[in-house]
Design a protein around this ligand. Structure first.
Ligand code: DOR
Ligand code: ZN
Length: 349
């Protein structure tokens, strides 16, 4: 048995309120515990977007009643709510900006980017959904403003190359990648159809190899847990996104077993760096116990996420979460949740 600190996932979409047919605060945080995560940070691109203090406070109130692990939030912007930034900065862990096509209606007009950067005055990072040329644009603004940014879900070699170069120039930049870019490619996307559809899209085998080879330049592994119902995925216009909270850790532990990653590096990517970058308070009596030798098959039917599917269904993995403790209380054991909705805390910066 190995013991890890309670892991931190800085990138999830729990869909509550507004789209609770896909996921809600209870099922999403149960899924986190089953996957070894005790703190997660939720994105603002909901049907009711988190772009005002009112929707943020309402969301935190709803979460408080339902969550079983700790949850923090990000603020979103289309460039229309700059006056609200001061009021929310101590309530969130960063500002999320979308520059490229994805789920939700939060894509900004590029000409607003400068003003948004100027208005975010706290030290918490600005998080970017940026691909290709957008990355270059952001890097230029970072060199002008010195603002701290985190590039989310980087999976393509050309995107990572730009970030490596900017980091070499000592700009205050961090980045994350996701398990789907580490373990899936466009070949899998063909087989998975809509269930392998997400933004950014899966890359080639060469992109994947580049990512593994350059993992030392990546700061964080984030699940980008983005549940959608099976019906929606099978529809004529399937939405982008795949769930990931329950599969991230077993996939990474399997990679450790295959000598592709060290245990220390795993803890850095899923605990130490997220904690440092997003300034997350943690508790020494919050931990995860893992049977590193137990092999099992990822099974859609056994998932806690409400969407009930995973692009990794049927994969054999090694390393199973056995018990999870939060603030000394046993909250999860052998596939069973042991606490009631409301046990988790809404955390703030
Ligand atoms: O595939 C994605 N799904 N990428 C995103 O950036 C958003 C997410 C979602 O909310 O479904
Ligand atoms: Zn996302």
């Amino acid at each position: 048995m190995i013991k890890f600190p309670g892991l931190i996932d800085v990138h999830v979409h729990l869909r509550d309120p507004g789209q609770t047919e896909k996921e809600d605060f209870f099922t999403g945080t149960s899924s986190a515990l089953a996957g070894g995560f005790t703190t997660i940070l939720d994105m603002p691109n909901n049907k009711i977007p988190i772009t005002s203090i009112k929707t943020l406070i309402e969301k935190q109130k709803i979460a408080k009643e339902k969550i079983v692990c700790d949850v923090g939030f990000y603020f979103g912007s289309l460039g229309e709510n700059l006056k609200d930034f001061n009021k929310v900065q101590d309530k969130v862990f960063g500002l999320k900006i979308y520059l490229n096509k994805t789920t939700g209606n939060l894509i900004i007009d590029n000409k607003n980017l400068n003003n948004i950067f100027k208005a975010w005055t706290t030290n918490s990072p600005i998080l970017l959904h940026a691909e290709g040329k957008s990355i270059n644009q952001v890097i230029n603004i970072v060199s002008e403003t010195g603002k701290r940014v985190h590039f989310c879900h980087i999976g393509i070699s050309s995107d990572l190359k730009q970030i490596i170069k900017a980091k070499e120039n000592r700009l205050p930049i961090t980045c994350g990648t996701t398990p789907h870019y580490l373990f899936l490619t466009e070949k899998d996307a063909k087989i998975l159809g809509p269930f392998g559809l997400m933004k950014p899209s899966l890359g080639s085998k060469a992109d994947q190899n580049f990512l593994w080879k350059n993992l030392k330049h990546v700061d964080v592994i984030e699940s980008d847990h983005a549940p959608h119902t099976v019906e929606e995925k099978k529809s004529d216009h399937p939405p982008f996104g795949v769930p990931g909270l329950e599969t991230t850790l077993p996939l990474l532990l399997t990679a450790v077993f295959e000598n592709k990653l060290s245990i220390n590096r795993l803890i850095e990517l899923c605990f130490k760096n997220p904690k440092k970058i997003f300034n997350i308070k943690t508790d020494k009596n919050t931990w995860v116990e893992i049977d590193e030798k137990e092999e099992y098959i990822i099974d859609n039917k056994k998932l806690f996420t409400k969407c009930g599917w995973s692009p990794f269904n049927g994969w054999k993995v090694k390393g199973k979460v056995k018990r999870v403790f939060i603030r000394e209380k046993k909250v999860f054991e052998n596939g069973k949740l042991l606490v009631k909705p409301g046990f988790g805390k809404v955390v703030t910066n």
